[in-house]
Design a protein around this ligand. Sequence first.
Ligand code: ADP
Ligand code: MG
Length: 274
Amino acid sequence: MAGHIIKVCNLSYRYADGTQALRGLSFSILSGEKVALMGPNGAGKSTLLLHLNGLYLAQEGEVWVLGRRVSRSNAEEVRKLVGMVFQDPDDQVLAPTVEEDVAFGPRNMGLEPEEVKRRVDKALEDVGLLDLRRKAPHNLSYGQKKRVAIAGVLAMQPEILVLDEPMAFLDPLGQEGLLAILDRYHRAGKTLVIATHDVDFAAAWADRILILSQGSLLASGPAQILCDAGLVQRAGLRLPLVAQLFYGYLPPGSALPHDLTSGRSLLGELLRQG
Ligand code: ADP
Ligand code: MG
């Protein structure tokens, strides 16, 4: 399994009330890959992510992270390797001040106080929250809390960064800032997994798309698979806007553009042809 940083084999999960959230999932993720986990509300995205960092343990099947089979005995170690930003920051941001909240993870890892401080400063700077470091998180806006949660995970410098709907509630500048952070993380060789139902973001950002539907894996492939009209409809998603723009105007069999860059170059070509 050289290069596979995450491997999920036949994973199933059922909640206590009987909801079958995951059904026999199998896939793997390469080291350094940018993966978008997609699917409509209730598809099982959050449930799956919680398995990747050992918060949930497989009831059936296996989850492997960096060569370790995730189990009760190594779940704590796995949590340091796989940093997870929850969908709802209110589940994650709990300390009395912003800076204490961000320091919680690194301190828990047993780092020296100077190193904790260095990481907290850096993470707060990265998410643009240095000015708010002494505020109480419950007085912040939802988007600001989301950035606190992201800073807390960045400060742990995990090998794999998992984010559940990270763009929700961020303003355009906040989204751009987060994209820049993710880019830096990716260039440092880290692996990124993002759950989202935002097809425009996923098509532009991801190396690979995993599509969940009712707890099963419906498709896996490069961002271009989001231009398959039949697939996105079955998945409860939609075509990226740029693909919708060209839909019906291209000769049969030609590929729809999945992101702005490919859309603009196709448009340039069409204009040149007259
Ligand atoms: P997604 O993140 O794709 O929206 P989830 O993983 O949150 O999907 O949910 C998958 C399914 O599991 C849904 O049917 C949801 O209602 C159900 N579910 C999620 N959390 C719980 C829970 N704590 N108890 C019972 N059912 C749950
Ligand atoms: Mg979710």
